[in-house]
Design a binder for this molecule. Structure first.
Ligand code: GLU
Length: 504
C-alpha cells in the first residue's frame, strides 16, 4: 500500500480577480487533500512580472478565506499580513530565481538543455515562415548542436545587440511520452512534435513550464490538480521530470467550464469573478456547493453539500471529462435554498449592508419590524441584494396612481365603500390580533363573507393601498409587518386614508 502523504497545491498567478475556474481548481485541490488527510499548499506563480497586479495575492487569500478554502503551507494571510509557512519555501516564484538557475545549470551540464542565441527578430521570421507553410510554429533547433566556438561567437553577436540568451529544453527527437491522467486517462504524445521550449527567459526568469516542474518536485507535490488547458503542456513537464531523473506527480486535469449554450465560459469579469458574486450576496456555502458540482458528481440524489459533506465525499474518480456547464439559474436556485435555511436573525444581519447601501436608515426601526420584513420576503430572495428590490413600501407610505386601486371586476364607488367600512373593522382589532398573521387573515375573510363581498373587491384595493403596487405580498402579510413598525396601526390607517381620499 502506498502510504505517501497526499500533497496538493494551488498555484495561481496573481493577475487580479478570482475567476470561477480558479476557485474550482483551488477547491478540488483542497477537498482532495482534506479527504485524504493531506497537505494543501499555496504557491504564487509570478514569473510573468508584466501580468502582476498589486494586492492580488491578499485579495485572493481573502476570497479563499471567505469561502472556507484553506492552505496548510505556503503563502498565508495572518492578520491581513502575507506570510510564508512551511519547510519548502520560499513559496513565491519570484523569490526562487536562484533555485531555477541552479536546476537549469544541472540540465545544461548534462546536455539536456542548451543556450539559444536566436534574436527575437529571427524567431518572429521563423514563425512567419512556418505559419505561411501552414506548419505549427516551433523552434527549429538552430542552436541545439552548436560547437563551443559557434556558441561564443553567437553570444558575442547577441550581446552586441544588448540581448541575453535563453535556455531551451532539449526534447528527445523520437519516442512517445505518455500522460496517465487521473481524469482523462492515457494520452500519448509524439516527442517529435514537441517544441524545444524555453526554460529560462533572457531576463533570467524561468518560464511557467520550468518553474512548475522544479517547484512541484521540490515541494513534494503528489497530485497536480489543474485546468484542462494545461493538458498539452504536460508532456513537456513529464519530459523535464525524466531529464532530471525525478518521479512525476500524478496529474488530474479538470474539465472545461462552459456556458449553458456550451460555449466557453464568458471572460467578462462581472460574470465570473468570485468577488462580484460575493458582493451581490451569493452565500459562500452556496457558491462552494455549486462550484464543487462543476465537473464533479457524487452520483447520489443529494444536491446540497456542506463543506464537510464535500470533504467526506470528494474523490477525483468522480470528476467527469466532459465540459461542466455553469448554469446561473441553478446557482440562483441553490443560493435561495441556502438563504432559506438561515434564521430570520441571520438573514437580517446578512442583508443589513445591502439595506444601508440602499439608504434605508435601519437604525430608526424596531428590530421586530425588520425581522417581520425578512419573514415575508425571504422566500423571494435569490441573492441578498434582492432585498432592496422589494422593500420601499414597508418604509414609506407609497405613491401610486389611483386607477390601480380598483379591482378589474369592481368600480370606484364600491371600492370607496369597501375601504371605508374595512377601515372601521380594522379599528376593532386588538393588539393580540395584530400580532397574529392567522388572526388577521381569518378576521378579514370572515368580514368579507359577512358583508357578501368578493375577495378581489376587498383584498385588491387593500393590498394596493398598503403597497402601492399591483404585485406585492398579500394584504394580510403587509398588515402584519406594518403593525410591527412601532407596534401601532397608525401607519396602516394613514395608507388606507390616502387610498380613500384618492378615490373620493
Ligand atoms: N500558474 C498557473 C495558472 O495560473 C498554474 C497552472 C498549474 O496549476 O500548473 O493557471
Amino acid at each position: 500500500m502506498n502510504t505517501q502523504q497526499v500533497r496538493t497545491r494551488f498555484a495561481p498567478s496573481p493577475t487580479g480577480y478570482v475567476h470561477i475556474g480558479s476557485l474550482r481548481t483551488a477547491l478540488f485541490a483542497f477537498l482532495y487533500a482534506r479527504h485524504f488527510g493531506g497537505v494543501n499548499v499555496l504557491r504564487i506563480e509570478d514569473t510573468d512580472q508584466t501580468r502582476k497586479v498589486d494586492g492580488a495575492i491578499e485579495n485572493l487569500l481573502q476570497v479563499m478565506q471567505a469561502l472556507g478554502v484553506s492552505f496548510d503551507e505556503g503563502v498565508v494571510l495572518d492578520d491581513d499580513q502575507l506570510k510564508q509557512e512551511g519547510e519548502y519555501g520560499p513559496y513565491i516564484q519570484s523569490e526562487r530565481l536562484e533555485i531555477y538557475k541552479e536546476y537549469s545549470q544541472k540540465l545544461l551540464d548534462q546536455g539536456k538543455a542548451y543556450f539559444c542565441y536566436c534574436s527575437p527578430q529571427r524567431l518572429t521570421e521563423l514563425r512567419a515562415e512556418q505559419t505561411a507553410l501552414k506548419k505549427p510554429p516551433m523552434y527549429d533547433g538552430a542552436c541545439r548542436y552548436l560547437t563551443q566556438e559557434e556558441r561564443e561567437q553567437k553570444l558575442e553577436e547577441l550581446e552586441l545587440q544588448g540581448l541575453s540568451p535563453v535556455i531551451r529544453q532539449k526534447i528527445p527527437k523520437d519516442g512517445i511520452t505518455v500522460l496517465q491522467d487521473l481524469i482523462y486517462g492515457e494520452i500519448k504524445y509524439d516527442n517529435a512534435l514537441l517544441d524545444d521550449h524555453i526554460l529560462i527567459k533572457s531576463d533570467g526568469f524561468p518560464t511557467y513550464h520550468f518553474a512548475v516542474v522544479v517547484d512541484d518536485h521540490l515541494m513534494q507535490i503528489t497530485h497536480v490538480i489543474r485546468g484542462e488547458e494545461w493538458v498539452p503542456s504536460t508532456p513537456k513537464h513529464i519530459l523535464l521530470y525524466e531529464a532530471f531523473g525525478w518521479d512525476a506527480p500524478k496529474f488530474a486535469h479538470l474539465p472545461l467550464i462552459l456556458n449553458p449554450d456550451k460555449s466557453k465560459l464568458s471572460k467578462r469579469q462581472g460574470d465570473v469573478s468570485l468577488e462580484d458574486f460575493l458582493s451581490k450576496g451569493y452565500l459562500p456555502e452556496a457558491l462552494v456547493n455549486f462550484i464543487a458540482f462543476l465537473g464533479w458528481n457524487p452520483k447520489t440524489e443529494q444536491e446540497l453539500f456542506s463543506m464537510d459533506d464535500l470533504i467526506a465525499n470528494f474523490d477525483l474518480v468522480k470528476v467527469n471529462k466532459s465540459g461542466a456547464v455553469f448554469d446561473p439559474v441553478k446557482l440562483d436556485w441553490m443560493n435561495s435554498l441556502y438563504i432559506r435555511q438561515k434564521s430570520n436573525q441571520q438573514i437580517l444581519e446578512l442583508v443589513k449592508p445591502f439595506l444601508l447601501d440602499a439608504q434605508v436608515k435601519i437604525e430608526d426601526y424596531d428590530e421586530q419590524f425588520l425581522l417581520a420584513i425578512i419573514e415575508i420576503e425571504k422566500d423571494r430572495l435569490k441573492i441578498l441584494a434582492d432585498i432592496t428590490k422589494h422593500i420601499d413600501y414597508y418604509f414609506a407610505v407609497p405613491e401610486y396612481d389611483s386607477s390601480i386601486l380598483i379591482w378589474k371586476k369592481a368600480d370606484a364607488p364600491t371600492t370607496l365603500e369597501v375601504l371605508t367600512k374595512l377601515e372601521n373593522h380594522l379599528k376593532t382589532f386588538s393588539e393580540e390580533q395584530w400580532f397574529s398573521l392567522d388572526m388577521i387573515e381569518s378576521s378579514i375573510k370572515q368580514w368579507i363573507g359577512d358583508n357578501g363581498y368578493d375577495n378581489g373587491t376587498v383584498l385588491w384595493p387593500l393590498r394596493v393601498a398598503l403597497s402601492g403596487l399591483e404585485r406585492s405580498p398579500n394584504p394580510f402579510e403587509l398588515l402584519w409587518v406594518l403593525y410591527k413598525k412601532g407596534q401601532t396601526a397608525e401607519d396602516i390607517f394613514q395608507r388606507i386614508s390616502q387610498a380613500i381620499s384618492k378615490l373620493g
